[in-house]
Design a protein around this ligand. Structure first.
Ligand code: CUA
Length: 369
């Protein structure tokens, strides 16, 4: 019977793999940034998450080194040789208590270690955050994010401004389907679920513009909810100096005070539709509407219905909300948005439309026959 004792080569290999592992651990633990896998970290406790990442990367490197190292080594050492008879069998080995104990205890210890590490970070993320700070709400919809600030009327689309070094509590929810809120730079992510508020707490520590990305498939234009790819719907987290933030806040507060809130839009402030320009509306339509509405018949649905002849189609005398197809009622849907069996359309502030924009769009839609 052949010996099953490890040869000298095995121990030499083990020493080499050990050396590579130590080098990998040192590399992952000391490399100044975990790039290129992650963009530079922009806040606390993102640095804690990076530590976990380093720990996991170093562990995985060690595991990979040994597993692959031994597979390659054994494949060579125990290969089939020309001198072997055609019916040669390998040595049968079973029951090695020492080995089995080791491969049970070591991974168990590792998993325990990993969970201790993770729970520690979880507690930093959720329990040890400063209590007072800025509270911002973000509401996702198909397809974009809007933000609400204390004492700012209405909702702000696309850009979320935050002062640097001020703790933030972010309340996240959704208006329609499940979306998510991921800011890679902050190492933070949470689902945005209709009827539920998820909370993220962090402190941005680096001035910059960071993309917000939806990582939950939420419909045909899910890809638009990616601040890295799309500037149209993709939202950006803007971290700026306290002074710049205050300036933005006051500017926005004043601007939003003039914008109609969803509730007021329901009152349907009369828009001077006569001032609408069809050509300006056409340009605007391609920017704001064409993603969801085809220039085809009603039945040519993209997200919403086709809008060719929306005001002149005898087979569809009413709009999706049941009101007669008149310019004023189309303007009302543009103001209020629409939620019903047909789907959801964002309102005026979410679509960032001015009253003049609405007049222009209605003028353009009126030309489609
Ligand atoms: Cu919203 Cu994907």
């Amino acid at each position: 019977m052949e010996s099953t004792k490890p040869s000298r080569g095995f121990w030499v290999l083990t020493a080499i793999l050990g050396g590579i592992s130590v080098a990998a651990i040192v590399y992952f633990w000391t490399t100044p940034t975990v790039q290129p896998w992650l963009p530079p970290e922009g806040g606390h406790p993102g640095n804690e998450v990076d530590k976990l990442f380093r720990f996991m990367a170093a562990s995985a490197a060690v595991l990979y080194t040994f597993v692959v190292g031994y597979i390659v080594y054994f494949a060579i050492v125990f290969r089939r040789r020309k001198s072997d008879p055609p019916d040669a069998l390998g040595v049968h080995v079973h029951d090695n208590n020492k080995l089995e104990t080791a491969w049970t205890i070591l991974p168990s210890l590792f998993v325990v270690l990993l969970s201790i590490f993770s729970v520690k970070i979880w507690s930093v993320l959720y329990l040890q955050q400063p209590a007072n700070g800025l509270v911002v709400e973000s509401i996702a919809h198909q397809w974009g994010y809007v933000f609400r600030y204390p004492n700012v009327k209405g909702e702000i689309p696309e850009e979320m401004h935050l002062p640097v070094n001020v703790p933030v509590t972010l309340n996240l929810t959704s208006r329609d389907v499940i979306h998510s809120f991921w800011v890679p730079n902050m190492r933070l992510k949470a689902d945005m679920i209709p009827g539920m508020v998820n909370v993220i707490k962090f402190t941005p520590t680096r001035i910059g513009r960071y993309p917000i990305i939806c990582t939950e498939f939420c419909g045909t234009l899910h890809s638009r909810m990616n601040g890295m790819v799309s500037t149209e719907n993709g939202a950006i987290m803007v971290v700026e100096s306290e002074a710049a933030y205050q300036a933005w806040y006051h500017r926005t507060q004043i601007a939003q005070a003039r914008a109609p809130s969803a509730a007021e839009a329901t009152e349907a402030t009369a828009i001077a539709l006569a001032s609408g320009s069809a050509s300006a509306g056409k340009t605007l339509f391609s920017q704001k509407c064409s993603a969801c509405h085809a220039l085809g018949p009603f039945s040519q649905r993209v997200v919403g219905p086709g809008l060719m002849g929306v005001l002149h189609d005898p087979s569809h005398p009413n709009l999706v909300d049941g009101d007669p197809a008149t310019p004023a009622n189309v303007a009302k849907i543009l103001q209020r948005g629409f939620t019903g069996s047909y789907g959801t359309m964002p309102n005026q502030s979410e679509n960032a439309l001015s009253n003049q924009d609405i007049a222009n769009l209605v003028a353009y839609l009126n030309t489609l026959k």
